[in-house]
Design a protein around this ligand. Structure first.
Ligand SMILES: [Zn+2]
Length: 157
């Protein structure tokens, strides 16, 4: 099944296609986000691959691009702002401001991802044009950032 189609996005809510009784507020309407890495879910490589491989219009070749080029560059050029956490019902939301890759003069994009506590990626969104397709390198960059920053890392230092 095309995982990118599992959730219908509107400006106010995200609605499950599998269970129409399940709706959650659009993350732009959620408040009281916290900067707390310890609450981040454990996102695995498989979780990220599963979401983007089965995303509409994203084939495996493009997925490799997410890792190797644009999203990876975001990760290592500090273009991702603080990743904020919000739990709502059974879902975890993470969001961050991401600088556009082309110009520092452009407005930052606000990207977000919605996951289960297990790390399974449910859906993603972004203020950029590609974000409307529920698949963009800004949202992917958040997932890679969580992937390489396991929550227990804060206890090591
Ligand atoms: Zn985006």
């Amino acid at each position: 099944m095309d995982k990118n189609r599992r959730w219908i996005h509107s400006t106010a809510v995200l609605k499950s296609r599998e269970d129409i009784s399940v709706t959650v507020p659009h993350p732009s309407l959620l408040t009281e986000w916290v900067d707390d890495m310890k609450q981040w879910p454990d996102v695995s490589y498989i979780d990220i691959v599963n979401y983007f491989v089965f995303s509409e219009g994203v084939d495996g070749e493009e997925l490799r691009n997410y890792k190797s080029t644009e999203a990876y560059n975001y990760l290592h050029s500090n273009k991702i702002g603080t990743v904020l956490f919000k739990k709502h019902c059974d879902f975890i939301f993470l969001k961050a401001a991401v600088e556009p890759s082309q110009s520092v003069n452009q407005a930052k994009h606000t990207a977000w991802v919605m996951l289960k506590e297990s790390g399974v990626v449910e859906t993603v969104g972004c203020s950029c044009i590609a974000g409307l397709g529920k698949s963009c390198s800004h949202a992917a960059a958040i997932l890679w950032k969580v992937f390489i920053n396991p929550k227990y890392a804060t206890f090591i230092v």
